[in-house]
Write a protein that binds this ligand. Structure first.
Ligand code: ATP
Ligand code: MG
Length: 243
């Protein structure tokens, strides 16, 4: 179980996050939706210990991680696939993955993690010696996800991993996330598109101005005219596939 309480904070004196609380059961996947600037990436920073100023509580099971620095959060099993991929462009695929395993020592063997990531994304195995910066956007996204998985996380945070990708690659990555879910990983996916979010997650959080203004099922969300039109354009009731 992953539970946060009353998360507040920001980059300077002004709060970007204004009291966020939620709970996710082990193995569940939730999506965080909301307009540009709502604070979605700032929330990811807060959950990974990289927001300059942050208060509130953060628990993984009974373990209190509220004051833990980012390296301890990684060791505790939280990994982030950051917005914009941020792979290390001059390094090879293999070296990018190895960097993701820096905090692995206590939880698993490096060779097992390589095997797992290469099994999930065979294309990364084929391109293990390729320099990351020369890979396509879709391949770089696979690498960013693979790098996060190298630390053997139990909670994976993904910040808009589908942005700018062609539909075929989006499908491929959705299949990979489905497999990760089947393997028991807990996931928080930041995603602006309702249809994609609802295929990857069972529950939705909608964020506005640093607060959650909705928490619940996708079917209920799509029936809420106020939220649907304000944040997600023209998606109509019934367009969201059932989960
Ligand atoms: N490093 C930073 N320093 C100062 N302010 C920041 C920083 N990063 C983000 N902000 C501000 O925090 C607010 C929330 O930004 P954030 O990136 O969390 O939004 P978001 O919901 O992820 O948006 P998007 O959908 O565009 O990715 C914005 O007003 C933004 O200008
Ligand atoms: Mg963002």
């Amino acid at each position: 179980m992953f539970e946060v309480g009353q998360i507040r904070g920001g980059y300077g004196p002004i709060n970007i996050l204004n009291g966020i609380s939620f709970r996710i059961d082990d193995g569940d996947a939730v999506a965080v939706l909301g307009p540009n600037g709502a604070g979605k990436s700032t929330l990811m920073a807060a959950l990974t210990g990289t927001l300059p100023r942050c208060s509130g509580t953060l628990f993984m099971g009974a373990r209190d991680l509220s004051r833990s620095p980012s390296h301890e959060l990684v060791s505790a099993g939280i990994a982030l696939v950051p917005e914009g991929r941020q792979v290390f462009a001059p390094f090879t695929v293999r070296d990018n993955l190895r960097l993701g395993a820096i905090k692995l020592s206590a939880r698993g063997r490096l060779s097992e993690r390589f095997e797992y990531v290469f099994g999930l994304f065979p294309r990364l195995a084929e391109r293990a010696s390729q320099v990351a910066g020369t890979m396509s956007g879709g391949e770089q996204q696979m690498l960013a996800i693979g790098r996060a998985l190298m630390s053997k996380p139990s909670l994976l945070l993904l910040d808009e991993p589908f942005l700018g990708l062609a539909p075929a690659i989006v499908e491929e990555i959705i299949v990979s996330l489905t497999r990760l879910k089947a393997d028991g990983l807990t996931m928080i996916l930041v995603e602006q598109k309702l249809d994609i979010a609802s295929r990857c997650a069972a529950r939705a959080f909608v964020m506005q101005k640093g607060r959650f203004v909705y928490e619940g099922s996708f079917s209920e969300l799509i029936s809420r005219d106020d939220l649907r039109e304000m944040y997600f354009g023209s998606a109509k009731a019934g367009e969201v596939p059932s989960i």
